[in-house]
Design a protein around this ligand. Structure first.
Ligand code: AG3
Length: 284
């Protein structure tokens, strides 16, 4: 079954499960210095980008992930003017960030330029803000970038990476979080994609612990559906330099752009923590 012709399948061996999409054609395949990238045209999910065998983006459902990796954090920070997206080479997060008029500069720091070039070709809808005068696209290592950047030089850091293996592994440890902490201004917030609450609860717990021990005063996870990712249920985790006490609800309500998923209700409900995770996180 798993190798059924005409289907793309990502297998999760550890969790005895898999996810498949019916494909019409493979449009592209290349090995970059960092990873293998494949692009498919699918039956119902539109274009699909795969990196090292893992689903990254589909036309159909990427709005869930990109809206949730950007709007909750930007409406939690009191005044987000300077934003970095680490990873995020498909430019979907960058596009959502630039919908906020209060953002004055957004820097995307992607290690693999090919991800962006292929997104421009196959996912033009994600790249519509790449030429926004506030945007800067860099193709360098995000770990190096945070090491060299000036203290207090950013308000929000969004880590939009692949799973914590391969090129993204170094984005999930204390050394990286400490540099992010140093780069962030006084109310600065880091938000990072944090995998599946069902499959990776121990990773989410470890992230909270490591973020706190790296200096962050407050950490919160939020949850959203993402059917092309393992278990179909995904999360992001925020680490804030100051205590998080709610969000800019009136501004979120009056947002001057359209969303397909994010709303004030979604923002509030996304932070409700499932009991099995609350038990793990309550001691941190
Ligand atoms: N970033 C998260 C991808 C993780 C998916 N994991 C998997 N399929 N095993 C996606 C990049 C979107 N900008």
């Amino acid at each position: 079954m798993i190798d059924a012709p005409g289907w793309f399948t990502e297998v999760y061996p550890k969790h005895g499960s898999a996810f498949s999409l019916k494909v019409k054609a493979k449009l592209h395949e290349e090995q970059t210095p960092f990873q293998k990238i494949e692009i498919f045209d699918t039956e119902w999910f539109g274009k699909l980008m795969i990196i090292d065998g893992c689903t990254m983006v589909s036309d159909r459902d990427n709005f869930l992930y990109h809206e949730m990796m950007t709007h909750p954090v930007l409406y939690t920070h009191p005044n987000p003017q300077r934003v970095w997206v680490i990873g995020g080479g498909d430019c979907g997060s960058l596009k959502e960030v630039l919908r906020h008029p209060e953002v004055k500069e957004a820097v995307q720091i992607e290690i693999d330029e090919r991800v962006t070039r292929l997104a421009e070709e196959y996912f033009p809808g994600l790249c519509t803000s790449n030429h926004d005068p506030r945007a800067q696209l860099l193709f360098i290592d995000g770990i190096q970038w945070v090491k060299e950047a000036a203290a207090g030089s950013v308000d929000v850091i969004i880590v939009d990476s692949t799973d914590p293996v391969g090129p993204a592994e170094g984005l999930f440890n204390a050394a990286f979080y400490r540099e992010c902490f140093r780069c962030l201004g006084p109310d600065g917030i880091l938000v990072q994609q944090s995998e599946s609450p069902l499959f990776h609860a121990e990773l989410i717990e470890a992230m909270h612990q490591t973020m706190r021990s790296s200096g962050f005063a407050d950490t919160r996870s939020f949850f959203f559906p993402q059917c092309i990712y393992p278990s179909g249920w995904w999360s992001g985790t925020m680490a804030s330099k100051s205590a998080i006490s709610g969000f800019r609800e009136a501004a979120a309500e009056a947002r001057p752009f359209e969303t397909a998923y994010y709303s004030v209700d979604i923002h509030q409900s996304a932070f409700a923590t499932p009991e099995f995770l609350r038990k793990r996180l309550s001691a941190i």
